[in-house]
Design a protein around this ligand. Structure first.
Ligand SMILES: [Zn+2]
Length: 287
C-alpha cells in the first residue's frame, strides 16, 4: 500500500501500557447482574459484555499477548493512524455528498485489556467497534495473529481490518446497527445470527467502498494488495474460523459470513465504490 499521501488521523487514543482492572466500578449494575448470572449459569460473561449484542469479531486467541513498545509498534501506530485518516477523508466526502455530516470515530490503541462503553475486553478478542462510545478498539498484537494464525499477511489485510470496524461505525451513524440490534433482541438465535451475518457482510462491503475511493483519489493500492485483502476476508470467514477452532463447520452458528460471502461483499465494495451495492439486507439468500 502507498499511504504517503494520507494524513494521520488525530482521533487516536493511545492507551497502550495502561493497566486496566476488571472492577465492578466501570460496569454499573447491569454488568454486575450479568456477571452474577454468568457465575450461576457458567457461560462466558466476556462474550456478553463484548459489544453488547454483536458477537465478537474474532474468537479468542490462545496466544499470549506480548506488549512490546517502541520500534515496530510505533510504525504500526503510524500505519493505523494513516488508514484511519484515509477512511475519515473518504467517509467525510460520501456523507457530505449526501448532505450529511460524518462524525469521526476514535480509534483506541490498547495492550492486553481495555474498558469500553460496551464492557471490558481483552486483546485476545481482536479489534472491535463499540457503538455506545463510537470507538474502534485494537490491540496491535492482533496483527501478528492475523499474519500467523489467520494466515493473512500484508498491509492491505491490516488496513481492511480497520476499514471493516469503521464500516460498523458508518452503520451506527446511519442507524442500521440500532435497527438490527432491535430486530435481534426479538429474534431466535438462528435469525439473530443471520442478521449478524448481513450486518458483517455490509461492513466488509463498506470497507471495500473506502478502498475504492482512496485508490481512485490517491492511488493507495499496489500490486498484490487486493489479493491480500480478499485473502484476509476469506481467512476470517466463519467456516474457516470454525474449522480452525473446532475442526468442523456449523453454518447456523455463522455470525460474520462464510469465506466466500466475505470475499464477495468486500470485492463488491472495492469494485463499485457505490453504497447502493452494499445493501445486504434486502437481498434474498446471500451465497
Ligand atoms: Zn464486524
Amino acid at each position: 500500500m502507498r499511504l504517503d499521501q494520507e494524513d494521520e488521523s488525530r482521533n487516536i487514543e493511545d492507551r497502550r501500557g495502561r493497566r486496566v482492572s476488571r472492577g465492578v466500578a466501570g460496569g454499573g449494575i447491569g454488568t454486575i447482574v450479568i456477571l452474577l448470572l454468568a457465575l450461576f449459569f457458567g457461560f462466558d460473561p466476556g462474550l456478553l459484555l463484548q459489544g453488547n449484542v454483536q458477537p465478537p469479531e474474532y474468537p479468542r486467541a490462545p496466544s499470549p499477548q506480548s506488549q512490546q513498545s517502541g520500534g515496530e509498534n510505533d510504525e504500526m501506530r503510524q500505519f493505523v493512524a494513516r488508514v484511519l485518516g484515509s477512511t475519515e477523508r473518504t467517509w467525510d466526502q460520501i456523507f457530505q455528498a449526501a448532505g450529511q455530516t460524518y462524525r469521526k470515530p476514535t480509534l483506541v490503541l490498547f495492550s492486553g485489556a481495555v474498558e469500553s462503553a460496551c464492557g471490558f475486553a481483552q486483546g485476545a478478542v481482536g479489534p472491535f467497534y463499540c457503538g455506545e462510545d463510537e470507538k474502534v478498539y485494537i490491540d496491535l498484537s492482533f496483527y501478528r495473529d492475523l499474519r500467523q494464525r489467520f494466515q493473512a499477511p500484508g498491509d492491505f489485510a491490516q488496513a481492511y481490518v480497520i476499514a471493516h470496524e469503521v464500516g460498523h461505525h458508518v452503520q451506527n451513524l446511519l442507524g442500521i446497527m440500532r435497527r438490527v440490534q432491535s430486530l435481534q433482541s426479538r429474534a431466535r438465535e438462528r435469525e439473530a445470527n443471520a442478521l449478524s451475518v448481513r450486518l458483517e457482510l455490509q461492513a466488509d462491503c463498506l470497507a471495500g467502498i473506502w478502498a475504492n475511493h482512496a485508490h481512485r483519489e490517491r492511488n493507495i493500492l499496489e500490486e498484490g494488495d487486493i489479493e491480500e485483502g480478499l485473502n484476509a476476508a476469506a481467512q476470517i470467514g466463519d467456516d474457516r474460523m470454525q474449522k480452525r477452532a473446532q475442526g468442523y463447520v456449523v453454518p447456523e452458528g455463522f455470525t460474520h459470513g462464510s469465506a466466500q460471502q466475505r470475499v464477495m461483499w468486500f470485492r463488491r465494495g472495492i469494485a463499485s465504490g457505490d453504497l447502493k451495492q452494499c445493501d445486504t439486507f434486502s437481498r434474498g439468500p446471500l451465497s
